[in-house]
Design a protein around this ligand. Structure first.
Ligand code: FE2
Ligand code: FE2
Length: 291
């Protein structure tokens, strides 16, 4: 990787609309330098989150699934899928190391720590993909959303360090195939599952989105702690920033911003007509039907 731009910490690391704090009233009370650093720290967390999903969900799930895939072309494509995810994770880690070497020289985890129980549950589900086919919906949703995120970076390139834009461009190029393969995997695994398994998975999927994906908790709150450590004497105390983030769990406009039809159109369409996905569609996707 090329050496970083000298002014790398002068720019944002992620589009503001992909970070939660601007959706709260306290955002207006922060000084410009505080907003910028919040954005940068959340941007680092966002890169970790992509690596986490690639390494702890997508790659192990694909390895487990591959022998079960009936379509020979699709089965072979999973080799490419896995290789590309490994390359993405390595690239994103290199980017993290370049941006903040003190945190990322020896590993990619600073904000993301799923905890032993959640990690063990996730691994147990990944080992049984026929019983937990919602994991494929989760992968597709996350991958389609990362494509949307990459497009936001590319739409405003000069706002971000060049190395971040380059990584997003490469990711976007590869993810289009991934989402196509995800849809094909869902076509087999979800439709093979008995209706009662699908209904149970629908509830698990909806709960997982609320607990781990869509609503700022844990790592998103740790971003505030690091902001306070980087910039002591914040104009808004960290406890108030965290309280503001916690209110987003109940806000439909925030949910809409995370998984709106504009951000995940393919998953939205496929989920709307899939059997036994009523909880997820009504809680996370169908809100756009309402006036
Ligand atoms: Fe990826
Ligand atoms: Fe991917």
């Amino acid at each position: 990787m090329k050496p970083p731009d000298p002014d790398v910490w002068e720019r944002r690391f992620i589009p503001d609309r992909l970070t939660p704090l601007p959706f709260t009233p306290v955002w207006a009370e922060l000084r410009p330098a505080e907003r910028l650093r919040y954005n940068q720290l959340h941007g680092l967390y966002g890169l970790e989150q992509i690596i986490f999903f690639e390494q702890e969900l997508i790659v192990p799930l694909l390895r487990r699934l591959q022998p079960l895939v009936r379509d020979a072309d699709l089965r072979r494509s999973l080799d490419v899928f896995i290789a590309e995810e490994q390359a993405h994770s390595a690239g994103f880690h290199a980017l993290l190391r370049m941006l903040r070497p003190a945190w990322y020289a020896h590993g990619w985890r600073h904000f993301v720590h799923p905890g032993p129980v959640a990690g063990a549950i996730l691994s147990a589900m990944i080992r049984r993909p026929r019983q937990f086919p919602f994991l494929l919906w989760l992968v597709q949703l996350l991958e389609e959303r990362t494509m949307f995120a990459s497009r936001l970076f590319l739409a405003d390139e000069s706002a971000f360090p060049a190395a971040i834009v380059a990584a997003q461009r490469q990711h976007l190029a590869d993810e289009a195939d991934h989402v196509r393969w995800d849809a094909a995997l869902i076509g087999q695994l979800w439709h093979d599952a008995p209706p009662w398994v699908r209904r149970l998975n629908d509830r698990l999927f909806s709960w997982t989105l609320g607990e781990f994906i869509a609503v700022p908790r844990r790592a998103a709150l740790r971003v505030v702690d690091e902001l306070a450590a980087d910039l002591p004497g914040l104009s808004v105390p960290p406890a108030r920033l965290k309280a503001a983030l916690r209110t987003l769990a109940g806000r439909a406009d925030f949910r809409q911003s995370v998984f709106g039809r504009d951000s995940v159109p393919r998953t939205w369409k496929q989920a709307s007509t899939a059997p036994d996905l009523r909880c997820v569609v009504s809680r996370w996707l169908a809100h756009e039907h309402s006036p």
